[in-house]
Design a protein around this ligand. Sequence first.
Ligand code: NAP
Length: 501
Amino acid sequence: MLELRSHVAGRWVGGGGSPQILLNPATEQPLARASSDGLDLAAALDHARTTGGPALRALSFAERGALLKAVADSMQAQRDELIALGIANGGNTRSDAKFDVDGAIGTLLAYVEIASSLGSRTFLVDGEGIQLGRSARFHGQHICVPRHGVAVHINAFNFPAWGFAEKAAVALLAGMPVLSKPATSSAMVAHRIVENLVEKNILPDGALSLLVGPPRGLVSLLGGQDVLAFTGSGATGESIRAAPNVIHHSIRINIEADSLNAALLGPDVAARSDMYELFLKDVVRDMTQKAGQKCTAIRRILVPMEILSSVGDDLKELLSTIKVGNPVEEDVRMGPVATQDQLADVREGVSRLKGKVAFGNSESVFSKGFFISPILVESPGDTVHEREVFGPVASLLPYSDNPAAIVTKGNGGLVCSIYSEDQPFIEATVSGVAPFHGRIYLGHPKIELSPGPGTVLPQLVHGGPGRAGGGEELGGPRGLAFYMQRVALEGARPVIQKLLG
Ligand code: NAP
């Protein structure tokens, strides 16, 4: 069986002890093993800090952008292989796996463009200079410089390529070395990406490390110049936030966690209109793409009370066309969830929703594999606002006058989508939900090729307050700030201007 080793301190190292076995979630066939037992993580972090960091900081933004372009080209060259791994190890349909790999490449390329706009500097000039006194000589200027630590990236299982690339692109462009830790269960894609980058010697020594297997004491080894960007469950996020050294060293952390994303159908939308069809299409895509294992997927569907049952009927009809099965079969539209634990978690979550199951059920679909049908729950209990079910599950809820008040019971989310052309309704709803979200998607049938609310775009921020973790990443050049220290220069204007170059 394939052994997935970690690439740390400039070399490939395997862990000891009893490894975790990575499976094909459609067949339960073992594919690979991984262990981080016995790895010298302190030495791994040190190598990144002392070798990768200086090498990246010596480069201009344009030169770091050239590295990102080489990473994107390398992934493009192995695209078919990565898609096949996403199908085998992630239970993805081909379309799901393409979504992950192409999302990764697209994000890298977006940061290549940002790099070229930042040009030959090695640090960022933040805003205009400021005259601080009566004399123009007394001057202030903010700049952002790369931190001297390592950027540790801990990713969730659902987007092994995109999750890796969206974080690595921003950190490397900012000038920080990266130690990336994919979720163990689906680590084959990220492992193969890094293997290829190392084989081709694309990045400077120490600029990118890969830890495969459980994180062990990784978080406790971080110091004040390091940063930690985490994507995963709220429970793990909470434990990271509470780690003694995170508190003691004020380690900068970004947490992307759970979300009960809502989609709202406006009272003005007529059945069968283009807006109505777009709404149905987005809901069904979010429920079934990647078997609903997307942090941005729609979990709560809010519709005017009077049309609750007709919307339910239309959704049921569309869901009945989704063929669930082994994603190697071409007509399959939804594969299994990623692991046995994930399947158990989805079943338990559905039982807690306590509504009427209007479509699907939690029963086994086949004798092998972690399959579950799409599940639509009508009029669930209050748990729908408290607990994310990370699978092909969504709940249909009625509203009468103020849907924003229902949406905000979710206590913070990544994205809320609104489908309406009634401007006063849009304005009232946006102002009601905006403080509780990182992104609001305003669905419109005339936007061609819209990827829907479930797609994270590199130009826009991703994250959300409260339950969603309180984090924020990407957002084009905004994302760089997390990896940099903003410092105010205060002094004589000519001296500062010379420093700026
Ligand atoms: P998870 O169990 O929290 O694991 C996430 C990552 O954290 C994995 O790499 C895991 O490693 C690692 N990890 C586990 N325990 C840790 C610890 N004590 N210290 C440091 N790292 C630790 O979450 P998951 O089940 O993979 O992902 C599903 C969840 O992620 C869902 O709740 C979903 O909402 C959320 N998610 C959020 C976003 C977002 O952008 N907001 C995106 C995707 C997913 P191992 O795999 O080795 O255990």
